[in-house]
Every structure is written in structure tokens, then in C-alpha cells.
Design a protein around this ligand. Structure first.
Ligand SMILES: [Zn+2]
Length: 234
């Protein structure tokens, strides 16, 4: 185990390296800068409707600059459609107002082993290119005396996926939220995903996938990790 000071030093070092690189040098390397999605303090000054209006105008400008004829029937509605899709669907998880409300129940059955919700299909978009990330999330917890409805595990995954994401951040955001709502450290999250910015462009590798994991509390032992993998691969 590394002590806090070593971890902190490494973090400072990696940030120093990060800050010394230009955007071009960073290029396609999917760097991860911390657990929280970087948001401006005034992120919610505009209403959703105002945001949609503004995004539609700006997206029309992008299309116009690219030389597309926005008077054509096939393109006319696109800026508004994109704006609505951004705010109401694929980036709706940026707004904390959309976070799933979670009710906890007593663990009446006294079930004290791990509960695994596996193969949760999700779609997200990468923060570096704004193209899709898609994959499966597997989440698990050991009840501290409280349980939540299974569909809520799904909804928590979907909420954090609906942001421009880095897979490491998505993994940790889901884990931290589960730890908070379930009132336990004993949470695990595994994400296995394909990044279209890797397969459809750039390096154009269609077969690779990225796997990330978080093992908190009692999950952080080789035996528990093995048990979890047995359930997932079963
Ligand atoms: Zn990307």
C-alpha cells in the first residue's frame, strides 16, 4: 500500500506532466484529470430551453462553416434535434437535477453476500472527441443493512454515462455514488467498453476494448474479486 504522501506526490507529478503538454501532444491519449466532471461555477445559469436554443444556433454555425446547405430538407431540423438530444438525452447527466432519487429499504432477508447487477448496457460519449463509448457495466455491493431497488443500480449507471466521459471517471463516479447512497464502502464497479474514437477513427482498432474497475472495502481482496468475476463470467 502506498501512503497518502506518496500518492499525493505522484498526483502532483502527473499533473505537472499533464500541464506541460500541449493539446496536440496530448492528442488521442485519453487523459483522466480527476473524479469530478469539470464544470463551470455558473453551469446552470441558463435554463435547459435557453441552452437548447443557443446550442441549436451554434451547431447550425458549425454545419454552415462545413459548407452544408441548411435549407435542404434533410438538414434543416438538425441543429434543433442535436440541441434537444444533447440536453434531454445524451448529456442530461450533467445536470444534478436529473440524478436518480434513491430510496433505501431494510435488508429484511438478511442477505449478507455480494449482490451483483451485471451486463448493464450503457452508451456514453468520450470527453475528448464527443463520439460514442458503449459497453457493459457490472456493479456489486455488500449490504450494510440497507438495500436499494435493482433498477436504481441501472439508473445510477445511466445517469453518469450521460455526460461527456472518460471511462476511469465514469467508473469512479458510479462507485462513489453507490458508496454514498448505500452507506457502505463495500462496492465494486467494472466497466468493459468500446470507444468509437479508437475504432472508427484515429488508430482505427476495431477489436480492442477498455476495462476499468473499482474495488472498495471488502471487495478489495483477491478472493472477493475472483468471486465477483465468477458471477460476471457465469
Ligand atoms: Zn475519445
Amino acid at each position: 500500500m502506498k501512503n497518502q504522501d506518496t500518492l499525493l506526490e505522484e498526483l502532483i507529478d502527473s499533473n505537472a506532466i499533464l500541464n506541460s503538454l500541449s493539446d496536440e501532444e496530448i492528442g488521442d491519449d485519453h487523459l483522466y484529470s480527476g473524479i469530478d466532471t469539470p464544470m463551470k461555477p455558473d453551469a446552470f445559469k441558463l435554463s435547459d430551453d435557453e441552452k437548447k436554443e443557443s446550442i441549436a444556433q451554434l451547431f447550425a454555425q458549425i454545419m454552415d462553416v462545413m459548407g452544408l446547405d441548411l435549407n435542404d430538407d434533410s438538414l434543416r431540423g438538425t441543429p434543433k434535434r442535436v440541441a434537444k438530444m444533447f440536453i434531454d438525452e445524451i448529456y442530461s447527466g450533467l445536470n444534478p437535477a436529473n440524478k436518480p432519487k434513491v430510496a433505501l429499504f431494510e435488508n429484511k432477508y438478511q442477505y449478507n453476500q455480494m449482490l451483483v447487477e451485471k451486463d448493464i448496457t450503457f452508451y456514453s460519449n468520450c470527453v475528448h472527441h464527443f463520439v460514442p463509448i458503449m459497453g457493459k457495466a457490472h456493479v456489486a455491493y455488500i449490504s450494510s443493512g440497507k438495500v436499494i431497488g435493482l433498477s436504481k443500480l441501472n439508473r445510477i449507471v445511466q445517469y453518469f454515462a450521460k455526460r461527456p466521459q472518460v471511462q476511469e471517471r465514469l467508473t469512479n463516479q458510479i462507485a462513489k455514488e453507490l458508496q454514498t447512497v448505500l452507506e457502505t464502502e463495500d462496492v465494486a464497479v467494472i466497466i468493459d467498453a468500446k470507444h468509437l474514437c479508437v475504432s472508427s477513427r484515429g488508430i482505427k482498432d476495431d477489436t480492442s476494448a477498455t476495462v476499468t474497475s473499482f474495488y472498495g472495502g471488502k471487495f478489495n481482496t483477491p478472493e472477493k474479486i475472483q468471486e465477483l468475476y465468477n458471477y460476471i463470467n457465469n
